[in-house]
Design a protein around this ligand. Structure first.
Ligand code: FAD
Length: 287
């Protein structure tokens, strides 16, 4: 890999319907041509069988794309015994990357062996020191945190527990990311921070994102949503152009990597790649 260039990676999620499976198949075929630095596979507390959804998709991604694969693991929904067994299973499949999360909680936190994501990070590093462990972070502050100071203090503890890198929650205002990165540096957080980018391709999705991820929309972006409210084709084009512009700015400002939330949309992943490919380090695919 070219050390002067950042990495481009992608997130996919396990489908929950036959239509979703068809979309995912198309997306994986597209990603195969792109050769990402890694692909991450999300988990959901609604998909109760974590192993049959996330783990088996991760194994398929690794086998079919022959690229580094990262498994999202929800601390709130797994026991220590399960984690040990899953890590063994992953290692046997040559997967050695985990995004250690607390997981989204529906109401009260379940009884579990882990309270915070940092507990899971520490446990994985103790059981499998050779695994690369990533943590989540929030340029606009995690919604449960009273303020930025507390959030960064907790993030520093998570990194000290063993995170090799961080991936951000999605954001649309790069200034928020630059402020956050500076605050991390001041707090002594020195691991690479990959920027999570989710291109907006329709108005419904934009409203959902703002509501659920507490991401602020800059005026330039709001104007696109308003102007093309009744023109979905143009809104999609403008949303993709906005994401490309955001990525170019981040790479220009030395971001460590871009993690693209694909939402299993093959055309979105391809469009972003086609318009930014030369910004990123090329990846060699194993035979
Ligand atoms: P933590 O790091 O545990 O932080 C959660 C909150 O607790 C924060 O407010 C933090 O400041 C606070 N905290 C942390 N440690 C302490 C401490 N020691 N004392 C007091 N407070 C503390 N969710 C899913 O369900 N599935 C996914 O696949 C998924 N993928 C994600 C990918 C990325 C890149 C990101 C950014 C988020 C993802 N999430 C996913 C969402 C995530 O699970 C939620 O945001 C969850 O609410 C917090 O997870 P965390 O790992 O950041 O938790």
């Amino acid at each position: 890999m070219d050390p002067a260039k950042p990495e481009l990676s992608f997130e996919v999620f396990p489908p929950s319907s036959p239509a979703g499976t068809a979309k995912l198949t198309q997306t994986l075929a597209q990603l195969k041509g792109i050769a990402p630095s890694f692909v991450s596979v999300t988990c959901s507390n609604h998909q109760l069988n974590y192993e049959q959804s996330t783990i088996s998709l991760a194994q398929a991604v690794h086998r079919d794309l022959r690229c580094a694969t990262m498994v999202h693991m929800p601390a709130a929904y797994v026991t220590k015994a399960q984690v040990r067994q899953i890590l063994d299973q992953l290692e046997a499949a040559h997967i050695q990357q985990v995004l250690a999360l607390r997981g989204d909680l529906d109401g009260a936190a379940p009884e579990t062996d882990f309270t915070h994501a940092s507990d899971l990070v520490r446990f994985i590093k103790r059981v499998k020191p050779q695994f690369r462990v990533t943590g989540a972070c929030y340029p606009e502050v995690h919604p449960d945190s009273p303020d930025r100071v507390a959030d960064i203090r907790n993030l520093k503890a998570k990194v000290d527990a063993g995170c090799d890198q961080l991936i951000t929650q999605l954001f649309y205002d790069n200034a928020q990311f630059y402020r956050f990165r500076e605050a991390c540096a001041i707090a002594g957080i020195t691991v690479p921070i990959l920027a999570g980018i989710m291109p907006i391709t329709n108005r419904q999705q934009a409203l959902h994102v703002v509501q659920n991820c507490a991401a602020s929309l800059p005026p330039k972006f709001k104007a696109i949503l308003d102007k093309y409210r009744d023109n979905p084709v143009t809104l999609r084009e403008a949303g993709l152009a906005y994401a490309v512009d955001q990525i170019v700015d981040l790479v220009t400002h030395d971001v460590a990597g871009i993690h693209l939330y694909t939402l299993n949309q093959a055309a979105t992943a391809q469009h972003i790649y086609d318009n930014t490919a030369s910004l990123f380090a090329p990846v060699t695919v194993a035979d």
